[in-house]
Design a protein around this ligand. Structure first.
Ligand code: AMP
Ligand code: GLY
Length: 429
């Protein structure tokens, strides 16, 4: 069969790589892809943007593609699955209605409250004056969130009244995130350890994926500005078997049930960002209607089951009969970013050492912001690569991943040197 993967990041490289490993797959096309996807066995890129829904539809019809897998949130929120379904095509992801779980924070907060799913207390505002007044009286710290999609940047933690006021003004006055800031959510600050929980949903049944945890802050010790994610590992010891059971019962099942009650049979990947406090309650910080990036890279590196079979089972509403098998060894991925990310950075630097993973099947360099030009691979974004290693322990995976990192370089490459430190500490205590 022929599969299309939509997107161009590290997550899409890992998806395309995992799908291409299936004996059932003849070819994977990635639109628009990156230098890493194009170089992968059985995979090629076609230069159509992930947001060009009509262009992608034409591609699938012309190339007789059997299945489309959507990587990023924007086309899902814009309704790519609705368009493909209406054309009679198999497309894996939620409809625009389901993708609202990521597309609107205010919708999600109201949904969580209505279905009694644990989350932080909140208020939402379309009137800037009312939001500013609440910023003067809410408890501190507080969290100000733009309602719509803001490429992971629309969340500001305010420690003082001035910071809360500035955050509201930035979103609602300056429109720093465009229309995404027409509405804001101001929510209570939660304390605890963050964790991610991802699953495949078939409208009714839930197949949990291996657990994972990412590091969102740019700098070591989880300091510095928030990013899309600077590294991740799987499994995440913070989600032990008992906690996974709780997350299923208290978050995932009521969410899928709630969606069903609201008339939505959610199909696709669902990602819950959680804060687990001292009381052990898993509280929802956010939902994503897609896999996480970079979490997908270490998660899929551990997947032994054919990913095409899992996606087919979900599209055919057969997940209750399906199991996923995982490599028991931990995998850890370190993101190599362009110096300056997430603010301004250069593009077009030549990358060396990209074949450092070629001799060992426990190592893999997934590409994100890269492009091929005149036989060279150049940097083409903020997050450029994710170096992943499987190890006997998380400490071993960490040391092998950094061994790989140290063989790759370009001018002003940047990475954190402590990815996985919490899991390593737990493992050695
Ligand atoms: P979100 O995109 O909603 O997950 O927010 C991005 C990041 O902001 C999260 O990964 C958390 O680190 C932080 N965050 C969001 N909401 C809260 C909250 N209510 N309390 C504490 N931290 C939060
Ligand atoms: N790594 C976090 C995300 O994909 O949203």
């Amino acid at each position: 069969m022929k599969i299309l993967v939509v997107g161009s990041g590290g997550r899409e490289h890992a998806l395309a790589w995992a799908l291409a490993r299936s004996a059932r797959v003849e070819e994977v096309i990635v639109a628009p892809g990156n230098a890493g996807t194009d170089a992968e066995n059985k995979v090629r890129n076609i230069a159509i943007s992930a947001d060009d829904i009509n262009g992608l539809l034409q591609l699938v019809q012309m190339q007789n593609i059997d299945l489309t897998v959507i990587g990023p949130e924007a086309p899902l929120v814009a309704g790519i699955v609705d368009t493909f379904k209406a054309a009679g095509l198999r497309c894996f992801g939620p409809t625009a209605a389901g993708a609202q779980l990521e597309g609107s924070k205010a919708y999600t907060k109201e949904f969580l409250e209505r279905h009694n799913i644990p989350t932080a207390g909140y208020r939402d505002f379309t009137d800037p004056e009312a939001a500013l007044a609440y910023a003067q009286e809410c408890s501190l710290p507080t969290v100000v969130k733009a309602d719509g999609l803001a490429a992971g940047k629309g969340v500001i933690i305010a420690n003082t009244r001035n910071e809360a006021t500035a955050a509201v003004n930035l979103m609602m006055g300056d429109k720093a995130f465009g229309d995404a800031g027409n509405k804001v959510v101001i929510e209570d600050f939660l304390v605890g350890e963050e964790a991610s929980f991802m699953a495949i949903i078939d409208g009714e049944d839930i197949l949990p994926l291996a657990t994972s945890q990412d590091h969102k802050a740019r700098d070591e010790g989880d300091k510095g500005p928030n990013t899309g994610g600077m590294g991740a590992y799987s499994p995440a010891p913070v989600i032990d078997t008992a906690m996974a059971e709780r997350v299923m019962q208290e978050v995932m099942q009521p969410t899928v049930e709630g969606l069903k009650k609201d008339g939505e049979h959610y199909t696709g990947f669902l990602y819950a960002g959680l804060m687990i406090g001292d009381d052990g309650v898993p509280k929802v910080l956010e939902f994503n209607c897609r896999m996480g990036d970079p979490e997908t890279q270490p998660i899929l590196f551990r997947l032994k089951t054919d990913l095409v079979d899992l996606i087919d089972a979900a599209l055919d509403h057969n997940l209750s009969d399906t199991e996923a098998e995982w490599d028991p060894r931990p995998a850890l991925g370190v993101v190599l970013a362009s110096g300056g990310y997430p603010d301004s950075y250069n593009k077009g630097n030549a990358i060396s050492g990209l074949d450092a993973d070629s001799s060992d099947e426990h190592l893999k360099i997934f590409h994100a912001g890269t492009k091929e030009q005149d036989g060279k691979v150049l940097t083409n974004g903020g997050r450029v690569l994710c170096c992943v290693a499987l190890g006997d322990t998380v400490a071993d995976a960490q040391s092998q991943a950094y061994g790989l990192v140290d063989q790759v370089s370009w001018d002003k490459v940047y990475c954190r040197r402590d990815i996985g430190y919490r899991a390593v500490k737990r493992g050695s205590s």
